[in-house]
Ligand binder design. Structure first.
Ligand code: ATP
Ligand code: MG
Length: 420
């Protein structure tokens, strides 16, 4: 058979050994951060029943209309979808396992999401999100907690130039009134609307406000604003949230055009944006979804959450972080040559691992010079050299590879002390 070379699926990235340290740094920081606030991790499958996303995200949304990887499982005829986001999965999980019987839940997740988008910088077909979901909380205290905790994360990561935008999209009832006004308004400007907007005019006019088409920008900016016709409860919720944010010393901008591209949101919505990543400026988005748990078969449960994109965070880390994330090599690289040296090297490498060191044992032979070149190339801190002399005298030679210090020939016990 002829050999054949394969490429990863378009828009889906391999993460290479030189890149994983930055990912690990970010993931460890996220874990530490979420722990600090008492959020508990959940892991759900990447495949879910297609209906879960249609019901929750909404039929007339970018995601459901054109971005989902859906297929029929030919083995049993089930319609399945690779999750495009995980709020719906999280709620499904909480309802299925009755988590809410034990009271309100602070949950988080991290993992790959899948959307059939046009791949470009900061926009991929497989990407990673970390999200927090607070189920069973009426807010606005929890809304504020979620926003303030994200601000702390930017601090922990050393990120600058991240700005908060908030808005309220009110209750279902006031959204319905607003919807009528929007339809009338956009009907008066049909000639300006693009194809997507015309299609959504009657099914989901709020989505037009979320359009990224620059030709619609000024039309959208002058559209009737929901924030001007809020019901009393939503207005009060928003006011209280604002005071909590101000008390926490957070700066924010109210963006009346911020509506978020998913149907389940109500009341508070927010995004963290940065001017440093070009068109893909949103790092984190979230809001309340008070109706979703009930809609997915649970008891009425108020809720709020957010998701942040890891690829965009990493891109911003690269742009702004002063201290680069170091590529860490092993602590010790063991080189060996000559009679009995290989066996001794195996035993010594393991003895060092027993002491807790990370040890790479040279495999594949070669002379000392070429082995030491490998040791240096993998960023090892020390080389441990075992030749025929060392074997005979039951000693090892230790050579610092980074920075100062001469090679010394010592007992294994002394070498361990030196390494410590
Ligand atoms: P955008 O407006 O950029 O399309 P969105 O509103 O579709 O974002 P959400 O569904 O709210 O995004 O997802 C939350 C976060 O996940 C985004 O703020 C972004 O950081 C990240 N994200 C969303 N889609 C992608 C993607 N295709 N590739 C990489 N990251 C993404
Ligand atoms: Mg999107």
């Amino acid at each position: 058979m002829n050999p054949q070379k394969f490429q990863a699926v378009r828009g889906m990235n391999d993460i290479l050994p030189d890149e994983t340290p930055a990912w690990a740094f970010l993931e460890e920081t996220l874990r530490r951060w979420l722990n600090q606030y008492g959020y508990r991790e959940v892991r759900s499958p990447v495949l879910e029943p297609t209906g879960l996303f249609i019901r929750s995200i909404g039929e007339v949304t970018d995601i459901v209309e054109k971005e989902m990887y859906s297929f029929v499982d030919e083995l049993n005829g089930e319609s399945l979808t690779l999750r495009p986001e995980a709020t719906a999965s999280c709620v499904r999980l909480a309802v299925q396992h009755n988590l809410l019987y034990a009271g309100p839940q602070r949950l988080w997740y991290l993992g790959p999401m899948f959307r059939h988008e046009r791949p470009q910088k900061g926009r991929y077909r497989q990407f990673h999100q970390c999200g927090a979901e607070a189920l069973g909380f009426a807010g606005p205290d929890i809304d504020a907690e979620l926003i303030v905790m994200t601000a702390r994360l930017w601090g922990m990561l050393g990120l600058k130039d991240v700005a908060l935008e908030i808005n309220t999209i009110g209750s279902l009832e006031c959204r319905e009134q607003h919807r009528q006004k929007l339809i009338t308004y956009f009907e008066g400007h049909l000639e300006v609307l693009d194809e997507d907007a015309r299609r959504r005019l009657y099914s989901n006019p709020l989505r037009i406000l979320d359009s990224k088409n620059p030709a619609l920008k000024s039309l959208i900016e002058s559209a009737p604003r929901l924030i001007d016709q809020l019901d009393d409860a939503s207005a009060l919720h928003f006011e209280s949230l604002r005071s909590l944010l101000e008390a926490a010393g957070l700066q924010y901008r109210i963006n009346p055009g911020l509506v978020r591209g998913l149907d389940y949101y109500n009341a508070t919505v927010f995004e963290w944006v940065t001017p440093l990543l070009g068109a893909q400026s949103t790092l984190c988005g979230g809001g309340r979804y008070d109706g979703l748990v009930e809609q997915l078969g649970g008891k009425p449960t108020q809720a709020c959450g957010f998701a942040l994109g890891l690829e965009r965070l990493l891109a911003l880390l690269q742009e702004t972080r002063v201290a680069a994330i170091p590529v860490v090599g092993p602590e010790v690289y063991v080189v060996h040559q000559g009679e009995g040296a290989q066996q001794a090297a195996f035993l010594i490498a393991d003895a060092l691992r027993d002491e807790g060191f990370s040890v790479v044992l040279h495999c594949g032979g070669g002379n000392f010079k070429s082995q030491l070149k490998r040791a240096d190339g993998c960023q090892a801190a020390f080389a441990l050299i075992i030749g025929e002399d060392e074997v005979r005298q039951q000693l090892v030679s230790i050579k610092p590879l980074r920075g100062q210090g001469a090679q010394q020939t010592v007992s294994l016990q002394q070498a361990i002390q030196l390494l410590k």
